[in-house]
Design a binder for this molecule. Structure first.
Ligand code: CP
Ligand code: NVA
Length: 308
């Protein structure tokens, strides 16, 4: 049975911990090495990663590419529009063909069901590089970043302020699996879907849903925001008005713990979901989060291929 990495919710805490621990030790072992030098053990030597992007990306495409090289493997970069997918070859048939050529597939595609379909028909592991529903690699990097500063996230409190989008969903999954409190402040129109809220209830996760950003941030260890307009939402005109009260500025940050981190997956829209003084300020962890995409995704790839 091959192992995919589609959602944090699909995996138990021990697996997530194994990935995070491997990422920490690989990152430590590389201190001072030039970025192009492979890790000493080259655990994925001879392996090939195919990356399919149907949407824009800076961090995901570069960090997966560099990460696979550091693990000793090689990569192939593809875009949906250049593939026969754009001429109606099905994702299932594409999966069957990819299975014959490559060892692991990473895909960014808004349609989550299509990613599930790819995984179901591909004998190589499939990694979710962002769908409309979730962004698990991002949140694994964020947890790594949190734990570098504070130690275990278990029992700590994270506040989300803004659109309860794909990144927020992966934070909700992580709160359930790694046992921390997540307070989600979002306008009612942009709050998490009922099915997700039912899941939270069913698994007994410590996730609180509300629409008061100040209350959510009060005493939090980490405040997270993201774009008001995610990929695929560009035609929604109401969002800016709905989301104005959720901007993370110094007044809102002042309600969090004194040493609280500010996180954002990037790209940021300065002056919208976050102000310059916060994202450029001493509490901001955004560049560490971006770096940690590289470290944690290496461990996700190694884990899907049975190398940890
Ligand atoms: N955070 C993130 O996934 O960035 P990219 O869209 O640049 O890959
Ligand atoms: N929520 C954002 C994340 C971008 C990395 C989006 O889906 O566009």
């Amino acid at each position: 049975m091959k192992t995919d990495f589609i959602d944090i919710a699909d995996h138990d805490a021990a697996s997530l911990r194994a990935i995070l621990n491997d990422a920490k030790s690989r990152k430590d072992a590389r201190k001072g090495l030039p970025k192009g030098v492979p890790d000493a053990d080259k655990p994925l030597e001879g392996r090939i990663l195919a990356m399919i992007f149907d949407k824009q990306s800076t961090r995901t495409r570069i960090s997966f590419d560099v990460g696979m090289r550091q693990l000793g493997g090689t990569t192939i970069m593809l875009t949906g529009s250049q593939m026969q997918l754009a001429r109606e070859e099905t994702i299932a048939d594409t999966a069957r063909v990819l299975s014959r050529y490559v060892d692991v597939v990473m895909i960014r595609l808004l349609d989550h069901e299509m990613v599930m379909d790819l995984a179901a028909n591909c004998t190589a592991p499939v990694i979710n590089g962002l769908t409309k529903l979730s962004h698990p690699c991002q949140v694994m990097a964020d947890i790594l970043t949190f734990e570098e500063k504070f130690g275990s996230i278990q029992g700590r409190t994270v506040a989300w302020s803004g659109d309860a989008n794909n990144v927020c969903t992966s934070w909700i999954h992580a709160a359930a699996k790694l046992d921390f409190t997540l307070r989600v402040a979002a306008p009612p129109e942009l709050q998490s879907r009922p099915a997700l809220r039912d899941w939270v209830h069913k698994v007994g996760a410590k996730v609180e849903f509300g629409s008061d950003a100040e209350a959510a941030v009060e005493g939090a260890d980490c405040v997270v925001s993201d774009a008001w307009v995610s990929m695929g939402d560009e035609d929604s005109t109401k969002r800016h008005n709905l989301l104005k009260p959720f901007q993370v500025n110094s007044k809102l940050m002042a309600r969090a713990n004194k040493d609280a981190l500010f996180m954002h997956c990037l790209p940021a829209h300065r002056g919208e979901e976050v102000t310059d003084d916060v994202i450029d300020g001493p509490q901001s962890a955004v560049w560490d989060e971006a770096e940690n995409r590289l470290h944690v995704q290496k461990s996700i790839m190694a884990w899907t291929l049975g190398a940890i």
